[in-house]
Design a protein around this ligand. Structure first.
Ligand code: FHN
Length: 481
């Protein structure tokens, strides 16, 4: 009896100390609702294109359209909400907004310059708003007159961006808003059957534009959908599902996030069984998950603004504006939890990227040049988070990185390793010959003594385990989900 109690206690204590890695990969219990338009795949996509997506680490979002002309102000009055939403509010009469395209002539726009800046920053992919909620198209769509072709600028902005970014080795994704305030058939809600024919026309128009985009820009790697929360669209589960299949058949490997379609029960992102619809979770807008457990093993990205909720150009940023180091910490935090971080830029009406954004892009780029190895191709390291910063792990070399965002007054970094691991050495990424002093403080715990106290920028160290690289390969394992 006493033996049994001891055995039970041992098993119980082992259970308590199991690292969060295994908890993370335990899928929550699924419901079993029969669905035709729910998730079509359980678990992560494992193909090469999705692996490329997973390894981007850092991306750039660009919100650009005619809303950049008012830039959040109209007739001397400041509009308090997001600048790209100004048409939806009383501060700006709609008919005046709808004439703005006649002035849209961004003569300073230089796609190559934007692409070079993004490359310098370390971005591996870019998302451009081909059409935001106002319906204005940055490409010459043949399905509406409300396009760049009918502005004084005339030239195809999407085409130039696709060319310039692709030439820099940056993958292009097309943002597309289902909400279209300019189309006569668009409805947020279908109030009566009389409205159905108009909405059916709108659905066809939406399909035609998407097919047109992929036809015109076959370099496109994926579509980033927005404005899909309207009841009218949520009711189109079958149509959207079929459309998704059609679009995927046009570009093999095309990546579409969870914000595109609902299931037939009206669930968005996750279907009635709790399974994600789409290739990655797209719900992390201006927020970062508290910990990796809440992600249930799904791929995900976080899209982030530099100021508060402003995506399009606002000439007067108010409130908290994030510093370069804050943005870097967000990037690192996302990568440490297997996600990508996408930083938004809102160029002005002439096509200039504002100085505050240029400054942050340069700072991030400077840091990435030295430390990008700990971001690109990296993800969750399988180690317990410590309050001095974050761990990432390379999916290619298997190296583990320590990224120190809060330098401890204790003079060292605490690290807890998995049960089957022992640290061989820890060294600054830039100086592999300078091993830091390791002190063991417990069976699996170490105190890694720092040589100097750097509080200006985020320092990166490499951690190697005993046995790493001995057989010529590392022991990185894809999560089992
Ligand atoms: O309403 C839009 C907003 O203007 C912006 O485009 C963001 C970007 O993720 N998406 C919507 C809000 O969720």
């Amino acid at each position: 009896m006493r033996k049994n109690v001891i055995l039970f206690l041992v098993i119980f204590l082992i259970g308590l100390s199991t690292p969060s890695y295994s908890q993370f990969y335990e899928k929550p219990k699924r419901a079993s609702v029969a669905l035709e338009h729910g998730a079509h795949r359980l678990g992560r996509r494992t193909d090469a294109m999705m692996e490329t997506w997973r390894n981007y680490g850092l991306g750039q979002f660009i919100h650009w359209g005619v809303y950049a002309i008012p830039g959040g102000q109209w007739n001397g009055k400041a509009y308090p909400g997001a600048a790209e939403w100004i048409r939806a509010w009383n501060e700006m009469p709609r008919d005046e907004y709808d004439q703005l395209y006649k002035q849209f002539n961004p003569k300073d726009f230089d796609a190559k310059k934007w692409a070079r800046q993004a490359k310098e920053m370390g971005a591996k992919y870019m998302l451009i708003t081909t059409k935001h909620h106002d319906g204005f198209c940055l490409w010459p769509s043949k399905y509406t007159d409300y396009t760049i072709e009918n502005s004084p600028y005339k030239k195809d902005i999407v085409g130039d961006l696709v060319k310039a970014y692709t030439a820099e080795g940056i993958d292009v994704y097309l943002y597309f808003s289902i909400i279209d305030w300019n189309h006569p058939g668009y409805r947020s809600k279908i109030k009566s059957d009389d409205e159905r024919p108009a909405y059916e026309e709108f659905k066809q128009f939406t399909r035609n534009q998407l097919v047109e985009l992929l036809d015109m820009y076959p370099e496109t790697k994926g579509l980033w959908f927005d404005g899909t929360w309207d009841k009218a669209w949520v009711e189109q589960a079958e149509f959207a599902d079929e459309l998704g299949k059609e679009l995927r058949s046009m570009i093999p490997g095309l990546i579409i996030g969870s914000r595109f379609r609902a299931d037939e029960k009206g669930n968005r992102h996750f279907d009635a069984n709790g399974d994600m619809m789409g290739d990655y979770e797209q719900g992390w807008e201006r927020k970062i998950p508290a910990n990796i457990d809440v992600l249930n093993g799904n791929d995900w990205d976080c899209v982030m603004t530099i100021p508060e909720n402003q995506w399009g150009y606002n000439s007067n940023w108010k409130g908290h504006v994030k510093s370069s180091n804050e943005l870097l910490e967000m990037l690192i935090r996302c990568v440490s939890m297997d996600g990508n971080f996408v930083l938004n830029f809102g160029p002005d009406g002439l096509g200039n990227i504002r100085p505050e954004e240029t400054e942050r892009a340069a700072d991030i780029g400077k840091w990435m040049k030295k430390n990008g190895e700990a971001i690109h191709d990296c993800g969750y390291a399988g180690l317990d988070e410590q309050n001095w910063g974050y761990f990432t792990k390379s999916r290619t070399s298997g190296k583990t990185y320590l990224l120190v965002t809060n330098v401890p007054v204790t003079g060292g970094l605490t690290v807890k390793v998995p049960k089957d691991k022992e640290i061989a050495k820890v060294y600054p990424l830039a100086s592999p010959n300078q091993s830091l002093k390791l002190e063991k403080t417990g069976k699996y715990d170490y105190f890694v003594r720092l040589n100097e106290k750097n509080t200006d920028s985020i320092a990166v160290f490499v951690l190697e385990y005993k046995g790493d690289g001995e057989s010529g390969s590392y022991d990185f394992q894809e999560p089992k989900i």
